[in-house]
Design a protein around this ligand. Structure first.
Ligand code: PGA
Length: 252
């Protein structure tokens, strides 16, 4: 059995005060044998995470990264900088980056490569829009998104990144994919990983994201290929985030 992983994606929310109070709320409520968890916070709060979470069971990370290692890229942050602040995870290819910043499958793959090169773990997001689902294109869309990563990084990378299936229509909308709908896509992604690297594929944690809450998390994570969650809105309240971590069961 793969260990479960619950990751909070805070998006562009928070303040120093909010970060301190949310993290202390999570730390206080976290059981000793809780499933693995992490928070992906805005860049300015990474130092605060390092101060407050070092030595705890909560890992931390960023929500985006440059595909470049260093240089004249105004406004960008490279993976080595994130490593310096103790990050373990970096989300790449979130649908909000793809939609609002025009990130292509190829750019997302390069970002995942930059994260791996810095010794961190990319959380690669894939997912279809409502129009794509209604047109029967889900398998092709998420397949192409994953393919770009496999093509660039090769089979040795399989098992070194986390994948997250996030149907765009379910993000922040209150509409969750049913466990069966999500499992169907997760199984397809696993098959695609297996075709590239059969052994590595069994290790890849495939998270589900899109309106996951304490009430629906248990049923989603009970599916054989759903290995955790990438949580937006519900990660901003300690009680909800803790409820989802509990639904993931004990750490294995
Ligand atoms: P949501 O966001 O949980 O608020 O739907 C998930 C995500 O975008 O990662």
């Amino acid at each position: 059995m793969r260990p479960k992983l619950v990751v909070g994606n805070w998006k562009m929310n928070g303040s120093r005060e909010f970060t301190a109070s949310l993290l202390s709320g999570i730390l206080e409520g976290l059981d000793g044998n809780a499933a693995a968890c992490a928070v992906c916070v805005p860049f300015p709060y990474l130092y605060q995470c390092e101060q407050l979470l070092a030595g705890s069971a909560i890992a931390w990370g960023a929500q985006d990264v440059s595909c470049q290692p260093s240089g004249a890229y105004t406004g960008e942050v490279c993976a080595a900088m994130l490593a310096e602040f103790g990050c373990r995870y970096v989300i790449v290819g979130h649908s909000e980056r793809r939609a609002y910043h025009g990130e292509s499958n190829e750019l997302v793959a390069r970002k995942a490569g930059a994260v791996l090169a810095a010794g961190l773990t990319p959380i690669v997001c894939v997912g279809e829009t409502l129009a794509q689902r209604e047109a029967g294109e889900t398998a092709a869309v998420v397949g192409a998104q994953l393919d770009a990563v496999l093509e660039l990084l090769g089979k040795d990378a399989v098992g070194r990144f986390v994948l997250s299936y996030e149907p765009v229509w379910a993000i922040g909308s209150g509409k969750t994919a049913t466990p069966a709908m999500a499992q169907e896509v997760h199984a397809q992604l696993r098959a695609q990983l297996r075709a590239c690297n059969a052994e590595g594929a069994e290790k890849v944690q495939i998270l589900y994201g899109g309106s996951m809450k304490p009430e629906n998390a248990g049923d989603l994570m009970a599916q054989p290929d759903i290995d955790g969650g990438l949580i937006g809105g519900a990660a901003l309240k300690a009680a909800d985030f803790l409820g989802i971590i509990r639904a993931a069961g004990p750490r294995i």
